[in-house]
Design a protein around this ligand. Structure first.
Ligand SMILES: [Zn+2]
Length: 283
């Protein structure tokens, strides 16, 4: 397994903070964004994040950046995994709530914002659904969609743990090429040595952001995922009871999405897109 950390920041924040000229390992992505992609244990990633944090304090929290780990595996590692984590990379807006989706908020945590449930149908804007993905999510991070094509293949393989909900556009439900992906398979809680924090390169001791109110949300999952064999209900498509992500602005913490080897085989055969795959350990 090869691990890299990817850090992205806005170029104008970097300019405001006087960090230019940039070293050659900070690459521009288009005209607005700069990126650092280095091995996880490379000190340049840590240095860059620390400088961004320093700028954030100096510029009154107006510096935005994101940092996450990406892991590459060989075939043997992927085929030997107990479960596989789906990290959805294809995102779109507007969110369901901007399109008048209704939610059951009875279980929603007032602090971390996790736990709301869509009252079907999920309402979205048809023109914004991605054209080059099979699984995607809105920028709220707790509304996932799957193409009719892939949904049909998962059903045909008799995979368990999910239902395909309707998506409505405009005033009424329409037949679309997409379904709302509703996962009820239960992977239980993430267990040790899963680790959490605010970013993957600068994990501070005790930086566990366990929500004091609902005790489900813990900041970002920064290690690979580990779940307990006894708690996983053996569904092919399942979610963790923990939610990850930082609930702020329009973004909601959401559970980790995991799939079995059987489901992974269907995704591979279908050449499904819109996500990356990580090994998840069943211990
Ligand atoms: Zn909470």
């Amino acid at each position: 397994m090869r691990e890299i950390v990817r850090i992205r920041a806005r170029r104008r924040d970097i300019s405001k903070g006087g960090l230019e000229p940039l070293p050659e390992w900070v690459r521009p992505i288009g005209s607005n964004i700069v990126e650092v992609a280095v091995p996880l244990d490379d000190s340049r990633g840590r240095r860059f994040v620390r400088r961004l944090r320093f700028l954030n304090r100096a510029l009154a929290r107006r510096v935005h950046y994101s940092a996450w780990a990406e892991r590459d595996y060989d075939e043997k590692e992927l085929h030997g995994a107990g479960l596989l984590r789906i990290v959805i990379e294809s995102t779109f807006e507007p969110r369901g709530e901007d399109c008048r989706t209704r939610f059951d908020s009875r279980q929603e945590c007032p602090d971390c914002l996790a736990g709301r449930v869509v009252i079907p149908p999920l309402r979205l804007r048809k023109s914004t659904l991605p054209r080059n993905a099979d699984i995607a999510q809105t920028i709220a991070m707790d509304e996932s969609v799957i193409t009719r094509r892939l949904g049909k293949l998962l059903r045909k393989a008799r995979l368990t743990g999910f239902t395909l909900g309707p998506i409505a556009c405009g005033g009424r439900t329409r037949v679309l090429d997409w379904h709302h992906l509703v996962v009820h398979g239960d992977a239980g809680y993430l267990v040790q040595p899963s680790s959490f924090g605010s970013d993957p390169v600068d994990v501070r001791r005790g930086d566990d952001r366990l929500c004091k109110t609902c005790r489900r949300s813990r900041g970002l999952l920064i290690s690979e995922a580990y779940v307990s064999r006894d708690k996983w209900d053996k569904s092919d498509v399942c979610i963790t009871r923990d939610v990850a992500g930082l609930g702020m602005g329009c973004v909601r913490p959401s559970p980790e999405l995991l799939v079995s080897q059987r489901a992974y085989a269907v995704l591979r055969k279908a050449n499904a897109r819109g996500f990356r795959i990580e090994v998840a350990h069943v211990v």
